[in-house]
Design a protein. Structure first.
Length: 459
């Protein structure tokens, strides 16, 4: 039955028509070069007069979504001449290597030519830096990791990220990490555990057994000492004071931080303090680097590629810097101090709740987490896609991609994955905590002063 026009409901029904057609064009439901129903058909469908339908179509013409061809009809604009909509995705510097994001955007555009995606590199991230990008609508989509998620959570600002639907095919533990109060705020995209990466030729030449899941940290240090050749190469070196590496050593050795009755951190006389002492001993036993190598983190990969470093702690993301080499390398689980745990690095995509192009943004997020795009990540990078079937794909590997022979190791060690929040500290507390721990590990602060400083965080 045809709805009769009513002046009282004219505007809502006109808005409904325009919004519905706009959405269908943006998302590709109505294909480019396709004609809309006739003005008379639209009038009957939405309960409007033909004159009102014409006014609505003029709005779509102004948006450059359609063109009106006299005596023929309204035709959807061909994006080869004019893109229907532009969305912007912000990404951190590592994302092109971590997920081959530019390839995925090109693939997306082939299937959705009416949606233009502009990739916006972000120099760094903090909630305070990201806030104006979101509130101004400058970004429609952005890549975020677990630390970023916790910053939004601690600032009670997760509502600034659009609630998303969980995808059944994605590893549940990845979606759980980005969920609060039953709402998924970031769609998992790629992930990685921390692992040991080692030069196999160094072990073979030295007649040493390659690392395996039974290794303790002491076993690693002893082996590294045997691999070290003065003035030629370093067996192993790592700054455990970085946030991720310090977190995993503390989780392995100390479990979680205890709390005082007033809710503040407790350190003196706890198991965690013992773990912190152990890390200090690690530093004492680590090889001393010459001044030219003091900026070790930025040179670590180059040193490993050149054969100047035998063992390193890396993620699957970092392995992408080795994928175009002929280096004979492999990976193994992290050593441990009785509890085999590793840190989970989780990267996802979030939609700006203020975006004016949410439908197009959702289309992009759904695409890059689809089986086709996720398999492209698996076949063209060393990274791990969030989709189970893609991550665990078995087939002919892409020629020229130098994968470790134990690439599937991640699946065996899933039960060992842990998040930094399991230390029972907030993101804000962790910033202050690691400032104090670095001083202690460097021998610039005593244990009593450390405990007093840590237990006073937030005062």
């Amino acid at each position: 039955m045809t709805r009769r026009p009513s002046r009282r409901t004219f505007r809502p029904r006109l808005d409904e028509m325009v919004s519905s057609i706009r959405k269908n064009i943006i998302t590709g439901t109505i294909e480019p070069d396709q004609f809309l129903p006739s003005e008379k058909q639209l009038a009957e469908q939405y309960g409007l007069s033909v004159q009102s339908v014409r006014k609505g179509l003029e709005l779509l013409v102004a948006d450059e979504l359609i063109i009106k061809i006299p005596k023929i009809g309204s035709k959807v604009v061909d994006p080869a001449h004019k893109s229907a909509v532009t969305i912007r995705i912000g990404y951190l510097p590592t994302i092109p290597d971590d997920a081959d994001i530019h390839r995925l955007i090109a693939m997306f555009h082939q299937e959705h030519p009416n949606i233009h995606v502009e990739a916006v590199p972000l120099a760094s991230f903090s909630y305070e830096l990201m806030k104006p990008y979101l509130q101004s609508g400058m970004l429609d989509v952005t890549t975020l990791n677990y630390d970023h998620f916790m910053q939004f959570s601690n600032n009670a600002s997760l509502h600034e990220l659009e609630a998303l639907d969980r995808q059944e095919g994605i590893y549940p533990f990845l979606s759980d990490a980005f969920t609060e109060d039953g709402q998924l705020r970031i769609q998992p995209f790629v992930f990685s555990p921390l692992v040991v990466c080692y030069n196999r030729s160094h072990f073979i030449q030295s007649g040493l057994q390659e690392p395996n899941s039974s290794w303790s940290w002491q076993r690693l240090f002893d082996t590294a000492a045997s691999l070290t050749i003065p003035n030629e190469r370093v067996g192993f070196h790592c700054y455990f004071s970085t946030h991720n590496r310090a977190s995993i050593i503390l989780l392995q050795s100390g479990g979680a931080f205890e709390r005082q009755e007033n809710g503040r951190l407790k350190l003196s006389g706890t198991r965690m303090m013992e773990a912190i002492r152990d890390i200090r001993d690690i530093y004492k036993n680590s090889p001393k680097l010459p001044n030219s190598l003091m900026d070790w983190e930025t040179q670590r990969l180059d040193m490993f590629r050149q054969g100047k470093l035998s063992i390193a702690i890396m993620s699957y993301f970092t392995l992408n810097h080795l994928r175009n080499t002929e280096l004979d390398y492999d990976i193994a689980p992290l050593p441990h101090s009785g509890i085999p745990l590793t840190l989970l690095l989780n990267i996802g995509l979030a939609i700006n709740a203020r975006s004016k192009n949410k439908e197009a943004a959702k289309k992009l997020v759904d695409y890059v987490t689809s089986p086709k795009a996720q398999l492209a990540i698996r076949q063209n990078t060393c990274s791990l896609p969030a989709l189970v079937t893609a991550a665990e794909w078995r087939g002919q590997e892409t020629p020229g991609i130098n994968l470790p022979s134990r690439h599937s190791l991640f699946r065996e060690i899933i039960p060992s994955y842990r998040l930094p929040s399991e230390l029972n500290i907030t993101f804000g507390e962790s910033i202050e905590l690691y400032k104090e721990l670095r001083l202690y590990w460097a021998g610039l602060k005593g244990e009593e002063d450390l405990c007093e400083a840590v237990e006073g965080i937030g005062v």
